[in-house]
Design a protein. Structure first.
Lengths: 67, 248
């Protein structure tokens, strides 16, 4: 069991985590954050393996990984 | 549940001022993680350049100095010589290190100064709006090479790591990229080796990091990471150019 926590206010919507996720369970939110970006969000959290590829790819260190 | 990945202590809480998808943030994090892992944050002095990363002093949670354009290795030399027990690193872009600061980096490497240089190569000037840098690839379109860089009149892109690795004073020189998770993991190992060389007082270490500039390349962050793979890595091969036996 693993989970990620995305800090939506730090996210700049660059989508690099989408391409890094081997399970393809990150997508962009339809909402805006305070900066005006669409932040990343996780779908199907039960599939997350906690590999942390999204977190190491995130240029804004906006993702924390728990395992 | 235990936190297995989070913000390193050597980074402050200040959000990065970089554009979306810019690899500077990843490079900052890797350096900060290495400082954390060696436990040297309280004893580290970083030198920031002029360029997009001029504000690095806001982001690194250690003592920082901001150098005049290109002069970071000279300032780092002074700091390291007067405080030999401190860990001293410079963080420089290609406009800073490979253009206006060429003399400083070449001679700092040649003297074998015991400092670590983090060199961000994104093949363009970022902060000033996308002009041609010494590292701009042949044919690459920038604000000051609107028809593409023509080596006949504008010279060839400089391979800084290869050039510096011919100097006897350089101890550890490597080139890494940040375009995908596998390369990011390798980049961190390389940065760690560079700081290890300094901790062991073995001499000059430099890690050249191929990095993207989506805004000035006119690409999306995902396309820019692909551009690094397809265009930069073939011209700037990854690998270690100088390695002391002890950390190999």
């Amino acid at each position: 069991m693993a989970k990620i926590v995305i800090d939506e206010e730090r996210c700049k919507g660059c989508e690099l985590c989408l391409t890094a996720c081997p399970k393809h369970i990150i997508t962009m939110s339809d909402n805006f954050n305070k900066k005006g970006y669409h932040p990343a969000k996780q779908i199907n959290p039960e599939e997350c393996s906690g590999c942390a590829f999204c977190a190491i790819t995130c240029p804004d260190v906006a993702i924390e990984v728990f395992k | 549940m235990k936190k297995v990945f989070g913000r390193p202590v050597s980074l402050t809480d200040v959000p990065f001022t970089y554009c979306p998808g810019c690899h500077h943030g990843i490079a900052h994090r890797l350096v900060a993680e290495v400082l954390d892992e060696f436990g040297v944050r309280e004893n580290t002095i970083g030198v920031c350049p002029v360029g997009c990363s001029v504000f690095a002093y806001l982001f690194f949670n250690c003592d920082m100095v901001c150098a005049a354009h290109g002069r970071a290795p000279a300032i780092a030399t002074g700091i390291k010589r007067s405080r030999p027990d401190s860990i001293v690193f410079t963080y420089q872009g290609d406009g800073d290190l490979a253009s206006i600061g060429t003399a400083e980096i070449v001679h700092a490497a040649n003297r074998g100064e015991n400092i670590t240089v983090i060199f961000i190569n994104n093949a363009i000037y970022g902060m000033t709006g996308g002009q041609m840098a010494p590292t701009t690839l042949a044919g690459q379109i920038t604000q000051t090479s609107p028809y593409g860089r023509d080596p006949k009149t504008m010279g060839y892109p400089i391979r800084v790591s290869e050039m510096l690795s011919t100097l006897k004073g350089a101890t550890y020189i490597s080139r890494v990229a940040l375009n995908k998770p596998a390369n990011i993991i390798k980049a961190k190992k390389s940065i760690k080796k560079a700081f290890q060389v300094q901790l062991d007082r073995k001499g000059f270490s430099l890690v050249e990091i191929l990095s993207s500039c989506p805004t000035n390349w006119g690409l999306s962050p995902v396309e820019a990471s692909k551009w690094v793979e397809e265009n930069m890595i073939p011209y700037y091969p990854l690998g270690e150019f100088r390695v002391p036996e002890e950390v190999a």
